[in-house]
Every structure is written in C-alpha cells, then in structure tokens.
Design a protein around this ligand. Sequence first.
Ligand SMILES: NC(=O)c1ccc[n+]([C@@H]2O[C@H](COP(=O)([O-])OP(=O)(O)OC[C@H]3O[C@@H](n4cnc5c(N)ncnc54)[C@H](O)[C@@H]3O)[C@@H](O)[C@H]2O)c1
Ligand SMILES: [Zn+2]
Length: 678
Amino acid sequence: MSNPTAAELIARSNRLGADPKNTNYAGGNTSAKGTETDPVTGEPVELLWVKGSGGDLGTLKETGLAVLRLDRMRALVDVYPGVEREDEMVAAFDYCLHGKGGAAPSIDTAMHGLVDAAHVDHLHPDSGIAIATAADGEALTATIFGDKVVWVPWRRPGFQLGLDIAEIKARNPQAVGCILGGHGITAWGDTSEEAERSSLWIIDTAAAHIAEHSRPAPFGPALEGYAALPEAERRAKAAALGATIRGIASQDRPMVGHFTDSDVVLDFLASSEHPRLAALGTSCPDHFLRTKVKPLVLDLPASASVEDSVARLRELAVSYREDYQAYYDRHATPDSPAIRGADPLIVLVPGVGMFSYGKDKQTARVAGEFYTNAINVMRGAEGLSTYAPIDESEKFRIEYWALEEAKLQRMPAPKPLATRIALVTGAAGGIGKATAKRLAAEGACVVIADLSLEKAQAAAAEIGGPDVAVGVAADVSDEAAVQAMVDAAVLAFGGVDLVVNNAGLSLSKSLLETTEADWDLQHNVMAKGSFLVSKAAARVLIDQGMGGDVIYISSKNSVFAGPNNIAYSATKADQAHQVRLLAAELGEHGVKVNGVNPDGVVAGSGIFASGWGANRAAVYGVEEKDLGKFYAQRTILKREVLPENIANAVFVLCGPDLSHTTGLHVPVDAGVAAAFLR
Ligand SMILES: NC(=O)c1ccc[n+]([C@@H]2O[C@H](COP(=O)([O-])OP(=O)(O)OC[C@H]3O[C@@H](n4cnc5c(N)ncnc54)[C@H](O)[C@@H]3O)[C@@H](O)[C@H]2O)c1
Ligand SMILES: [Zn+2]
C-alpha cells in the first residue's frame, strides 16, 4: 500500500462491508483525505481517496479507489452550473484526478470531497434506511439521535447532495452524521476510527431504537393460509413453479434465477400487509436497477395447487408488464433511455419464497439480497411509523438515469452461453467434466451430476464457485433421482436450458459372455437413463418456453459394428435414435436435439481406466498405456481424440452458430471411415 491513509481507508471499508447490517452488497462508499508528495513539484499535495464506481466495500482493494486532488475537486464548486446540470460534474471529476486516478470516480464523490471531514462513510444500512423511509423520519431522527445526527430531505445522489451535506456539517459542528431521507446514512470523523465509530453508532442506535420501540407484528396479523409450507413441501413447490416463473421473467431477455426461502421472506409473505407494502416498492437508489420498482406477488395462499399457481402467475405477468410499461410511459421524457424490458426481477410466492433474476447468477442472487434488505427496511419503518418510500417519479429518474445507462453501455459484451443453464450427467470426470468446464468458460451456469456427490462437488469446485457450478448426486437410471437432479438445477439456477446426456459405462464382452445383468446395466444407464433425463428436463424446457438444447454423447459404436460389444453398442444405437425421435418431437418447443459420436477418448476417461482400456488393449494386442496412440493411428487424421475435442463439439452444437440444426450427429473420432454417417 503506497499511502498509510489509503491503507487505513481500505481496512475500515473492509470491516464495514463485511457485516451485512452495515450496507447492502456493493452499496455505499467511503473516503479519506490525506497528503502525499506531488511527484511533479516535490511539494505536499492534498488528496482524496474515495471508493470508485462499482465494487463492494467488503472486498475493496486499493485499485478500487479513485484518487483526486482535493484543491481541484473543491474548485468545482465555482463552476457548478446548478442542480439541473449537476450530472455534468461527473465528467469534470476526471480533470481532478491525481496521476492516473485509479478507479472511475462515482456520483457520490462530491459528497466525500465537499464535506469538511478527513474521513467520510456513506452507507445503506437496513436500520438507517428504515428511519430514512419512515413517514416521520425527520422527527424520528431528532428523537433517536438528538442533535448528533441531522435529517437531510430526499435528494437524488449527485453534486447538489454533496453541497447540502457539506453545509449541514458546517452548520452542525456537534453532528457526527446525517440520515439521508429515502436513501441511507452519511457519517464522518477526523480520524478513520472516529468515522467508523460514528457510522456504527448511527447504525446500532437506529437498530436498538427499532428493537425497543417497534410495535409488535409490523407487517400486520398473520394471513390465514399464507404461512410457510414445511421445508420439503415448499422446496418441491418451488421446483415445480421455478421453470414457469423463469419463463415469465425472461420474456424480454433470458435470465438466470435465484431462490430464497429465508424466514425474512416467508414471514413477510405470511402477514396481512405484504400486498400493500410490496406494491409501495423499494426505496434505496441502489435497488431500482436490481429489483425493479416493485415485485410480482402471487395473490394465492400457500396451499394453492401448482396448476392454479401457474395459471394465476401467467395472468399476473401480463398485468405486471402492462403496469411497468405504463410507469415508463408516465415518466419517460424524449431523452430517457429506452425501456429495459418490462418483466419482473423479483417474484414472491406465499408459503414458498422469493425468486430473483439477473443476467448471471451473482446478479440474480444480489437482487434477492436487495429485496431482503427492502423487507427489513419496511419492517423497521412500519414498526415505528409508516413506510414511505420516495416518489415514483424519483424512482424512475434513478432507474433511467443517463449516468446509469452509460454504465450499462460500458459493460463488456456477454459470453456466448451467458444466461444458459447446463445440466451435464456423468460430469465428475472424463468427457462430462471437460464439457462442463467448456460450457462454463463460455458463460453458462453448470450443474454437474454424477453417482458420487463428493466427486460431483469436487468437479464443480474446480470449475468455479457456486455462482458458476454446483455438484449434485444422481443415478440417471433411477427416475426419482433424476427428478431430484432436475429440481436441484431449477432451485440452483432457476431452470435448465442445455442438457448433456453423457453418463455412461462400458463393458466389452462377446455375445456369449454378456449376462442379462450386463445388458440391463448398460441399457439402464444409457438408453433408459438418457430417456429419463430428457423426459424430466423436457418438462422444464417446455414450461420455460425459452427453447433449449438436448445433446447426447452417443458413440462411434452407435453405427459401427465390431465384435465383443453387443450390450454397449446396442444401447448407444438406442441413444442415437433418441436424438432423432426427440428432435422430431421437441422442435415445436424450440428445443434442438443433437448428438456427438466420440471414439477412442482414452485420456481422462474413467471407462478406459476401469478395465475397458485393458480389455481393448488386449483385443488389439497393444500395451494399455499406448492405447491412445494406437487409436490415433487407426484414424484418418492420425490424431488422438481428447475429452476437450468432444466438449468443443457440444459447445458448437448448443452455441449461437448452429441455431438451425437439429437431429444431427457430429463424429469426433479423428476420422473413422467405417463410422461415416450417410
Ligand atoms: N471415452 C470414449 O472413447 C468414448 C467413446 C464414445 C462414447 N463415449 C461416451 O462418453 C460418455 C462419457 O464417457 P467417458 O469416457 O468420459 O467415461 P467416464 O467413465 O470418465 O465418465 C462417465 C461418467 O458417468 C458416470 N456414471 C456412470 N453411471 C452413472 C449413472 N448411473 N448415473 C450417473 N452417472 C453415471 C460415471 O461415474 C463417470 O463419472 C459415455 O456415455 C461414453 O459411453 C466415450
Ligand atoms: Zn447511496
């Protein structure tokens, strides 16, 4: 760390950001003012280090700080053209940077620079926002904090808010911070410790006041029939509804989902006031882009059947979209950014929980966290007073703020499989793991299913954290286990788009040696297993209405006839015909079904390691370790086939370029003339 003041700031930010009671994910910002030697003049120069745009306090690093020259930043006051043109000041911050300036300065930079205190924290604590959104927030602030904390009426974040807070601080030398109406808190101190103490004191004092003075049951009496279902039942219902709800949330653009059935959510939905409060929407400026102004709430009791719930959700989705369009039309001006889609991002189902959506798993999860913050805020505000979020027109101004739009436009282009959820069976190793890895690298979320939970989870951990890959145990020959696997995928990521039937095993035996049990095992895992997986996944694909892909890892042996392979090759031929049958049947739902015919993949293959390799080596009269090379020499291209080559073919089949191809088998065998398709 180059400067001790910046080091202190990082440490304080990380401490504050580590505790969710202090601020929401990526919400709030912190700053410190200090001195450094100007490399140009050799003279001391006063600097402002402030958290830059984006990023989370809990994991903030020095690279996440913007560094500005304090004299230049403060000189902006003299050219400030007034609140109507305050957005122009963000571009002016670039002319105040020290050296390369670090991270991009955020809209809140003015507040940090203009307030005359060495250390400033701006945070979004649930307890503080509860006071900030209470109808009599100003009076409550005086009651709770005396003259130590000052009320600042709602104003959109920006240069003017910075000026307002600076003036309030100057006029109230005894104050340690302020409550920003409708928004959050700002606190300060002469030292880093003092600022942190001020922040925590405001947060904890507000929370203690709410705990002590809140009326019982702030969300009203329990609503008959809306209590949480028992865990197993609500999870089953969530899984049964998940695909339909994801489809509802993905009408404008495909979304990844997150499911939460925390007590906070279930208690809210079980209480009589939840429809009124949900309709009022969230308040903190961070929320609108992530949660939209309000959620879609299913208005049926917990006991409603899946069929009735689906039918009602579809009706509510139509009116939600109409309402959102009307909200946009009410407030949009000719220079407003275009509507960003009218689908809900938060869907609440009484007795079951909350579904939240985003462009990837992390965004979907954070949207859910934000709505949980909003519930906590509403509970606090209703407990002391009445919840009164900012006006709808102000919400719109923030949601469709030109500066936010510019941030969205700067986002990197999504990867080809972004928002797609892949389910790969037999993916703990070999071809399946290579495939899961490739799909994840292309932006998909992946569910790794295999016989051993431990191995499936280890493969998932190797590919990425829980926002990218999860491991589940499933024997594909067991119908109940297959359903549980698909349910797990729906609960983990919201649904399924891309199914890879890869699980398999291989016995190499002559007709006379093949037992009935051998035959059944081969057929149960591959022919029946992929039938069961395709069937359970198709239910989800159809409910979602978002198209999809089913891919079978069949085999060269599905068309090639050789000795000692009756059970394996026959079941591979069965899988190959499933591709054609399902391509014909699922096309009307936009689902493509294709296959890959690998051959001779020795590297990484559990099938080869567990006897099949030794057996094949013996059949061909070569040493087992040379089998890969032996297979390569048999091929037209004389190349060894690796698991990654199969994974590449899967990606191409489900990637954006083969959008018009279904019922196809792609050989990935380095060229085997006897297995050419015709
Ligand atoms: N390796 C090759 O040369 C080759 C050639 C053609 C086709 N294939 C096919 O590719 C697929 C993957 O083979 P691999 O070579 O990677 O083998 P592998 O043994 O490394 O992987 C197969 C995976 O399937 C899992 N599995 C087995 N039975 C299961 C069940 N009932 N439920 C869930 N998972 C189960 C295994 O635990 C294993 O992790 C298989 O379908 C295989 O037939 C392989
Ligand atoms: Zn803020």
